[in-house]
Design a protein around this ligand. Structure first.
Ligand code: ARG
Length: 464
């Protein structure tokens, strides 16, 4: 069904229809479109444009259609252009003439903007919930890791030992920023465009404030032109998802590295690894690789929407239909990656001996030796040069560092204790640092932060 048979009489050319239809993807908006229509119908009732009986009929029919979508019996017609058209057509089929009153005072321009905000709200909240589930897995593994330590790296060169819990929680905090970004994006997008009409509002006595409240929006649009053309929320959502995807990509890369024979820090559970079609011995980290690979697509989706938006004159332009596929795709891909990575973290086996022996390299406590000299009053730059010189001498003369340390007049036995396996990591005492004291405190702060975020999330009610 087309919605404009008065002005344009001929049916649409088939190739044009194939090019312009959005139903193949915007059917995902059905629950949101139904919610928007319910609020709109109530608003028309409040305005006296529909009688109470008409409101009741339309609301009941919208419920029937909702059930058809839920149980999968809703039948799309071949010429349904988009989900909005399909639902209006079905409403008129079921309710008769009163169905033709549904679109009073409304345009698909304010309708689609409303639907997409509702979809975005529930979808981003669901993603935030999935991030928090991944954080939970990280927190659990951090707790279970107890005193296990591994090398911390800079420039991918071993730098200082850190607790495994510290390393895992580092990803947890990045994800906490993702949760925060999504929640603030939802907060900003929670504005109703309904009542803006095609672009300029209406001559009918509509109640945009009332329908906004009905839909759980904080309020209504300020400017009808802006309301129908604003897709900032789509771009913001795509940025949030792209950055989240970048975080997941870094996690993926790390797991790929750690599972190599060269690192040997972890072994994937069989259910989260893949084999090779040719090489019988292979166990491949495909899940982690895809978590890494998806980031390209997520960044692409953000770029696609920004480029679509950049030259658009006010107000609605059909280009805006291009907002949906990137958005739907990013939400879907990120959700799947979050679930898959959570499974990986819940099941991966850490090879603690490998981690710890890599961290117990002879020079792992070099900074601790230098700081010991600082505590004895030596200027840091001098201490740095002295210990650096001993490390070099040890490498050049093939003498264990510990022997040079023991023999040095400023160092001696107390200093050699710092070189014992597992000692260096215990000396990171400062707040937010990598040793047992601060990490225990950090883990508590992380739990509290999650509780706060869970409360924020719950404040939005059940997503969709
Ligand atoms: N399918 C369209 C979209 O996604 C709906 C709005 C169409 N509006 C119009 N004036 N042609 O943007």
């Amino acid at each position: 069904m087309t919605l404009w048979k008065g002005r344009i009489s001929a049916g649409m050319d088939a190739a044009v229809a194939a090019f312009t239809v959005s139903l193949p993807f915007d059917h995902l908006l059905a629950p949101d479109d139904l919610a928007g229509s319910r609020a709109h119908v109530k608003g028309l009732g409040k305005a006296g444009i529909l009688t109470d009986a008409e409101v009741t009929t339309l609301l009941e029919t919208l419920d029937v259609i909702a059930e058809e979508f839920e149980d999968g019996t809703f039948a799309f017609a071949p010429d349904d252009e988009d989900v909005h058209t399909a639902i209006e057509r079905r409403l008129t089929e079921l309710a008769g003439d009163v169905g033709a009153k549904l679109h009073t005072g409304r345009s698909r321009n304010d309708q689609v903007a409303t639907d997409l905000r509702l979809w975005c709200r529930r979808s981003l909240l669901a993603v935030a919930g999935e991030i928090m589930a991944l954080q939970d897995a990280l927190a659990q593994r951090a707790h279970d890791a107890a005193d296990t330590y591994l090398p911390g790296y800079t420039h991918l060169q071993r730098a200082q030992p850190v607790l495994l819990a510290h390393h895992l929680l580092a990803h947890g905090w990045a994800l906490a920023r993702d949760v925060d970004r999504l929640l603030t994006t939802v907060d900003r997008l929670n504005v109703s465009p309904l009542g803006a009409g095609a672009l300029a509002g209406s001559s009918l006595p509509l109640h945009p404030d009332y329908v906004a409240a009905e839909l759980g929006f904080h309020g209504r649009f300020e400017n009808s032109l802006d309301a129908v053309s604003d897709r900032d929320f789509v771009a913001e959502a795509l940025f949030d998802l792209a950055l989240l995807g970048v975080h997941l990509s870094r996690i993926g890369e790390e797991l790929v590295l750690w599972s190599t024979e060269e690192f040997g820090f972890c072994t994937f559970a069989d259910a989260f690894a893949t084999g090779s079609s040719m090489l019988p011995q292979k166990k491949n980290p495909d899940v982690a690789e895809l978590a890494r690979g998806k980031a390209g697509r997520l960044i692409g989706n953000l770029t696609a929407v920004l480029v679509t938006l950049k030259g658009l004159p006010l107000a609605y332009n059909r280009d805006l239909q291009e907002d949906k596929e990137p958005l739907f795709d990013s939400v879907l891909q990120v959700s799947r990656a979050l679930v898959a990575l959570r499974g990986v973290y819940e099941t991966v086996a850490w090879n603690e001996d490998r981690m710890q022996s890599a961290a117990d390299g002879p020079a792992a406590a070099a900074i601790d030796l230098a700081e010991m000299l600082v505590e004895q009053g030596m200027p840091f730059r001098q201490a740095h040069a002295l210990i650096g010189g001993l490390v070099r001498e040890s490498l050049e003369r093939h003498v264990p560092l510990v022997e040079l340390v023991a023999a040095h007049p400023d160092l001696g036995d107390a200093a050699t204790e710092l070189l014992e396996p597992g000692v260096a990591v215990t000396r990171r005492r400062t707040p937010g640092g990598a040793g047992p004291g601060p990490v225990a405190e950090q883990a508590e702060r992380f739990v509290r932060r999650r509780e706060v975020d869970l409360t924020r999330l719950a404040g939005w009610g059940e997503p969709g």
